[in-house]
Write a new protein. Structure first.
Length: 438
């Protein structure tokens, strides 16, 4: 029996099977729905970032107008003086953004868990309340949210199962397998050719869906290499399940037996193994660290603010030795004010120290999860897809690191200019914006 004849037979069998066609239509509808959800989230966040940037530029223009008119600040806030570094930086309106990737059309990953814009001030932190977890993707799914990656990870194996469970099993059930064996010179070639037909069919549909998603967010012009990476991972995932189900069919017999084995393998890898690992990881690394962080911050800050001025000044001197010979140091009145306005530099150190435990826990937690990839392929592929769409945990960790870096930079500028008794003018204000925006 020639290969082309086998493929032609399988095509006729497919188009005459309403159940298989309906399954494909439902899969396509779910995938298209997921693509539009990802596209809508990408466009919503892009528009929101543009809105915030426009708003920030308008606010900066208002401050610049104060310098042009020789005003100290808003008339309803007489205590504000934008000629002072403390107030000028407070009104710099600098933001750090986690710009969405066009590849988000394929998967939202952990994008729904974390904030994606943050105004930078001397008292900002990567773990402020506006950067905290909101809701996880499985929870979003319960409220009707579904992305394309979910369709691939969980629905694709089910689609393959529907297509493959009758191969060989039907012939065994009806007792005509010996006749097939006589007609086909190589039974395994007959079997794997039929399996390959559905592999090619499903792959073709997936590629068409990928192209459709790429059109929604203009992926080709923005991140074509990411598109290729996603395609490769999708191909590997499809190949993995095709081989697993193919081996079950090859060494199996009756349809019902093969089906039960395929369902069992799918449940094992899709739910039982990831669920068990999640339980172990959650037990070892419970998600209550933010409470400890908040408590530690509050207690440590109380201790800091209750320190005598001499010790407080000593800590500032150790952190910024440049201020020892500054102009302000020689003026007791200015020195007391400078200490108060520089307090954020020490509280920032406390914040970073408190975050060490959290960051360390996250690192160990991720190492533990990665060590299970060899028997937990679903989580491996999920994380790879998230990494490609730039919605992985590591992407948001890098974003948090960038926020902290900007906070550190702003604090350094603030302290040195305060103790240097710098009078901020329009040019220096624009310098603040340029330095913190690059």
């Amino acid at each position: 029996m020639k290969t082309l004849a086998i493929l032609k037979y399988e095509w006729i069998h497919f188009i005459r099977s309403p159940f298989k066609i309906v399954a494909l239509v439902l899969f396509i509808l779910a995938s298209v729905y997921g693509l539009h959800n990802g596209s809508d989230l990408f466009k919503t966040r892009t528009l929101e970032i543009d809105r915030i940037q426009t708003q920030a530029q308008a606010s900066q223009a208002d401050i610049i107008a104060y310098y042009d008119k020789n005003l100290k600040g808003p008339s309803d806030r007489p205590w504000v003086d934008v000629s002072k570094p403390f107030w000028a930086l407070s009104y710099s309106y600098v933001y750090e953004f986690k710009s969405p990737s066009p590849l988000m059309v394929y998967g939202v990953g952990q994008a729904e868990k974390y904030g994606y814009y943050k105004r930078i001030t001397d008292r900002s932190s990567p773990y402020d309340t506006d950067m905290a977890e909101e809701i996880a993707n499985p929870e979003r799914l319960q409220t009707g949210y579904l992305d394309f990656t979910f369709s691939i990870i969980y629905l694709l194996p089910l689609l393959l199962m529907i297509y493959l469970y009758t191969i060989k099993g039907t012939e065994v059930d009806t007792g005509i397998l010996p006749l097939i064996t006589v007609q086909a010179t190589r039974t395994k070639l007959w079997l794997w050719t039929r399996i390959s037909f559905y592999f090619i069919l499903v792959l073709s549909i997936l590629i068409l869906l990928l192209f459709y998603g790429a059109i929604l967010t203009d992926v080709f012009n923005n991140d074509f290499s990411g598109f290729l990476n996603y395609l490769v991972m999708m191909l590997l995932y499809l190949t993995l399940w095709t081989i697993i189900f193919g081996l079950i069919i090859n060494y199996g017999s009756f349809s019902i037996t093969n089906t039960l084995k395929m369902v069992g393998i799918w449940l094992l890898f899709a739910f039982i193994v990831p669920g068990s690992i999640h339980q172990v990881v959650s037990t070892k690394y419970p998600a209550n660290l933010m409470i400890d962080f908040i408590d530690a911050q509050r207690d440590e800050k109380d201790k800091l603010y209750s320190l005598p001025d001499s010790i407080f000044q000593q800590k500032l001197n150790e952190k910024f030795p440049q201020i020892l010979n500054s102009i302000v140091m020689k003026d007791s009145l200015k020195r007391n004010r400078a200490m108060n306005e520089s307090a954020a530099s020490l509280t920032n150190d406390l914040t970073k120290k408190s975050l060490t435990t959290i960051e360390s826990s996250y690192t160990e937690k991720n190492k533990l999860i990665k060590s299970t990839y060899w028997f937990n392929p679903i989580t491996f592929f999920q994380n790879r897809f998230n990494s490609i769409t730039q919605t992985h945990f590591d992407d948001y960790q890098n974003y948090r690191d960038q926020i902290q870096s900007l906070v550190d930079k702003q604090i350094e500028i603030l302290v040195l200019d305060i103790w240097g008794d710098v009078q901020v003018d329009k040019e220096r204000y624009l310098d603040y914006i340029n330095i913190l925006s690059n």
